[in-house]
Design a binder for this molecule. Sequence first.
Ligand SMILES: Cc1ncc(COP(=O)(O)O)c(C=O)c1O
Length: 409
Amino acid sequence: MVEKLKKIDPTLAELIASEIARQQKTLDLIPSECLVPPEVLQVLGSPLVNKYSEGEPGKRYYPGNEYYDKIEKLAQGRAKKVFGAGENWQVNVQCLSGTPANLAVYFGLLNPGDTILGMSLSSGGHLSHGHKVSLSGRIFNSVKYEVGSDGHLDFDQIEKIAEASQPKIIVSGFSAFPHRVDFQRFGEIAKKVGAWHLADISHIAGLVAASQHASPFLHADVVTTTTHKTLNGPRAAIVFAKKKIAEKINRTIFPGLQGGPHNNKIAAIALALKIAQTDEFRTSQHQIVKSAKVLAENLMSLGFKLVGDGTDTHLMLVNLRNKDISGQEAEKLLEKAGILANRNSIPQDKNPYSPSGIRLGTPSITFRGMKEKEVKQIAVWINRVITKKENPQQIREEVEELCQKFPIY
Ligand SMILES: Cc1ncc(COP(=O)(O)O)c(C=O)c1O
């Protein structure tokens, strides 16, 4: 692809080639990133990108949508199958990404000023769960719950906050929470206070699809997910809504927030969901969790403190307060060593611009074929960079050597 591009746009071709080389030479431990199969890339770059198809299958505002209708229905049907969503659920696969998907839910079900109850950013929630810089926190009244000092959820506390604030929506599902989410408990609290329960499974969708994490479908009214994290598909999102409220959300997605759907992405979602039904995918998700545990245990045995003392998902949060280094400095040093890990707020952090932690995850390296042996080595490199303050350039050479053995494509 890059060879052909060189002729018409050598500048861009060189930038793309450099980025591919960077991915090849780097260990990506950012838990929200993945490594999509080459077939998904092929579908994303197919002529499906050429067409408008505003509307929904069978009810389009443009002609020529016979095959797009079938592709969109295929994606919807597979989404229901992969996540075991029953007859009373409807699926929308047109959302461009996770934030617009969550906004579509709020704008579909709430009035401006209504209350959203979500987890705070420093505890591991997402901006789109009511943070003040997001429309979700500017248009709606946002109330927050936190994780306890042990890094776990305190449901009695969440219930008290819900009773006092009377939210219209309670959001469960997080961006930086290393433990399993008890969707049942969230569902019970939502029912008790008369709120909708939105389960945002963006981070754990692959785990849920492969039964590595409990499903939210029995306990939620709406389930949103990005398709580009553990699910390992294109950058897009899916919204599942109970039939009685689905139409309001569908109308918010189109024409409320978006115009023409990105058909190449919808086809790529369909393909990712086909792949998600394979034994190979299930084995990868199992390995992601296993490798995360090994990374967590190895880091702890090297003296690192983890929020919540470990992980039972794909990610972990390293508390750097005992390491005399900020999250930002750690992120920079690791990047110099060829290891990508993002700085992250941890519980009790006051300033989101100066977080005291880093977030690590195993999806990308697992899709690359790395397992426990490599993960143990990665823990040693992290310790050499952060604790021993070794020259990151030296470690980078070792990292690149390992990366060469596990090509991205
Ligand atoms: C839990 C959760 N929800 C929603 C999103 C938003 O997804 P996007 O970046 O596609 O808007 C993220 C992204 O990290 C997330 O972690």
